[in-house]
Ligand binder design. Sequence first.
Ligand code: FES
Length: 181
Amino acid sequence: MYITKFSRLGAHVIKGLTRGETPTPRVQYTQFLYSRPLQDLKHRFFSSTAAGNAQEGGDEDKEKISVTFVDKDGEEKQIKVPIGMSMLEAAHENDIELEGACEGSLACSTCHVIVMDMEYYNKLEDPADEENDMLDLAFGLTETSRLGCQVIAKPELDGLRLALPAATRNFAVDGYKPKPH
Ligand code: FES
């Protein structure tokens, strides 16, 4: 979601520059951010590194939430996810088979997850139009489906349970063929 917002702001910056407008401080900051490599941006906004924890100075466990992934066979794996980290990143760090072919750029639906409790689903930020467009292409779409790269850990989501669908489809790579996990 942050990346989407930045994309919109970036478009605004480019329009302003082509019209010859003098950038405001906010726009100048955005230009600075756009000059940074994507990995660096991800690190700044989604990182939960030791350095980030040290800056906030809190107890490490208090900065993490408990999330359970349930695979297609019903196997459960509970992990701790740092606040600010996406479920896609958390899955990858814990060897959970959530593909994420586009690495969170909202260009696939292979990070499709199903929020198992409506109560938790309602605590999530509303999906952006781009996420809804990708979800429409997801295999086994449900009422509580989301893209794992867009679900960001926050304290209210402690106890979140996410089911992995039986298959994903990556229209960009394999031409709509469902791909088992
Ligand atoms: Fe492609 Fe989430 S990884 S949309």
